[in-house]
Design a protein around this ligand. Structure first.
Ligand code: NAD
Length: 312
């Protein structure tokens, strides 16, 4: 089966990237958002991104027009009724995803492949919510979607070979590289990456080295293009508590305080300089903002003046 009509449910960070790469690859793409305001926001974000690519000379104006013309947004899941493939990229919430898969199953033709971009929810549970478990799989893109080449194609024990082959072919048509994995917490990349990042935190917390030296050590000593601190900054939004806690709990007999301490510490490691978000580079949070953050997050770096979170 050739995929030409694609539906994307959720047009946030990942969904908008998936909409963009699918439209640029020539698919008609319809995304669904929770309300009109969010549909407008999604279209605006896509417009800006494509315009930015034209500005940088990475996309010509004609290709921009064509890609834009292939993208539409709606608030009605029912509008996905003519899609060959629907990719769910909603908030990470298992019951919400299961419920959405059950609805999509009722709306879409029996041949439509239903995929989830989840990082940590159970794809098999989503498949079980439908009457077409053979056509349900995971398509795990990485952030930022237009730049990251990898897509993990996740099969459950119920997924048909033909659905996996179609998905792999489509991923290749997007110019990306598919790897196959079974449905299991954190799949391949996060299964390996999360313990590595946790160990990097422990090395830092034990006072063995500064964050900068840990990054330099792994870049120069192992040939990694980024150190663990840089990776955490770039993938900040993806390392949400459920994904981390699940992978962590799955692999290790983790101490409770490790799990509880992880997110606050992550917020401090993922500084605005690393994430590029919020505060301009170099502007450290003031003492009041740091105090508010420490009170809110229970940060272990309370004695340090280097905290730059200061969201308060
Ligand atoms: N952020 C990452 O780096 C990353 C990487 C790989 C996979 N993922 C996975 O991708 C999915 C989305 O993550 P994200 O970072 O884009 O989140 P996000 O919060 O940026 O986007 C989620 C979107 O879903 C929309 N949404 C929520 N309920 C909806 C509903 N009922 N109908 C339609 N839209 C709805 C929200 O309005 C929001 O725009 C999650 O499953 C996450 O695990 C995230």
């Amino acid at each position: 089966m050739t995929i030409t009509n694609v539906g994307v449910v959720g047009c946030g960070l990942m969904g908008s990237g998936i909409v963009q790469v699918a439209a640029q690859a020539g698919c008609q793409v319809l995304f669904v958002e929770a309300n009109d305001e969010l549909v407008k926001r999604g279209l605006g974000r896509l417009h800006e991104t494509l315009e930015g690519l034209v500005g940088k000379g990475k996309l010509d104006a004609k290709a921009w027009d064509a890609a834009q013309a292939r993208i539409a947004g709606t608030t009605r899941l029912e509008d996905l009724k003519s899609c060959d493939l629907v990719i769910e990229a909603m908030t990470e919430n298992q019951p919400l995803k299961n419920e959405t898969f059950a609805k999509l199953d009722r709306i879409c033709p029996p041949s439509t492949i239903l995929a989830s971009n989840t990082s940590s929810c159970n794809v098999t549970a989503m498949a079980a919510a439908t009457r077409r478990p053979g056509l349900v799989l995971g398509l795990h893109f990485f952030n930022p979607v237009p730049l990251m080449k990898l897509v993990e194609v996740v099969r459950t024990i119920l997924t048909d070979d033909a659905a996996v082959e179609t998905a792999i072919e489509w991923v290749r048509a997007l110019g990306k590289t598919p790897v196959q994995t079974k449905d299991s917490t954190a799949f391949i990349v996060n299964r390996l990456l999360v313990p590595y990042l946790l160990d990097a935190i422990r090395v830092y917390e034990s006072g063995l080295a500064s964050l900068e030296d840990i990054d330099a050590a792994m870049k120069l000593g192992c040939g990694y293009p980024m150190g663990p601190g840089d990776v955490r900054g770039v993938s900040g939004a993806s390392l949400r508590a459920p994904a981390v806690a699940q992978a962590h709990g799955h692999r290790r007999t983790a101490r409770t305080e490790d799990r509880e301490g992880l997110l606050p510490l992550h917020r401090h490691v993922a500084t605005p300089e690393r994430t590029g978000a919020g505060r301009p580079p170099g502007a450290a949070a003031g003492p009041r903002a740091r105090a508010a953050c420490i009170a809110r997050e229970g940060c272990r770096r309370r004695a340090r003046a280097t905290c730059r979170v200061g969201e308060g």
